[in-house]
Design a protein. Sequence first.
Length: 243
Amino acid sequence: MSFTADAMPLLWILLLLSWTVPVAATPLAERVRAFAAVGEALNLAAARGELVYPDWFAGTWRVRTTLTDLAAPQGEQLINRQAFAASQKLKGKPVNFQARFVRNRRQQVVADLAFNSRSIAEAYFGRTNVLGVEVRPDEPNRQVITLKGDRRGELVTLRRHSETPAADRFEVAEFYQQTFTGSRVPNLRAIETVTLYTRRGAGIIAEQITAVYLDPRDPAYFDAKGRAVTVYRYRLEFDRSIP
């Protein structure tokens, strides 16, 4: 889910990764394998309520996420070059944080979004630079983060699809609208993440691609022709922190 508008798959989104995991070819798995050739965004259903995870996610985890590859499939003329260059410097450098999954009133396992978002933001920006994270109970698909320097980021989940192709696998695709303010020109992006989780012993590994699309309000929107302008590949490893 880098924390720049173009580069950071806001690990709000728990940005997950690219490892070689032997899985059968599901449509979402094929999407991840395509990497830079993802093209247009998936046609997903509207996101309603919380994303429900398998029971084996419950608890608190030590998470290591690594950016393993990135690409600008339509060339650098359509991207934020400064943000892309910053992401290139993060390639291959693991980032560690904690993630927590809890049970809601229906006893379903869901992400503790406020905890996870703050943990990830602090890992990237430093604890003293994160002023607050807001996730309202009645708006689980909207997250707001406030940083020092009058910077504010908002992530809204618009569409989602998840499936469980096997007892030890969970796959999810989500489409977000991301807005960053605090500069003279607000930074607007649309983001698609496709993540393949696999339970491995007592832990979880995952692979993910995050594709960035231009927002309709972006001056270069029509030049992009609806296709991704930057794509990031991640590897994620979950180890138990608290049972």
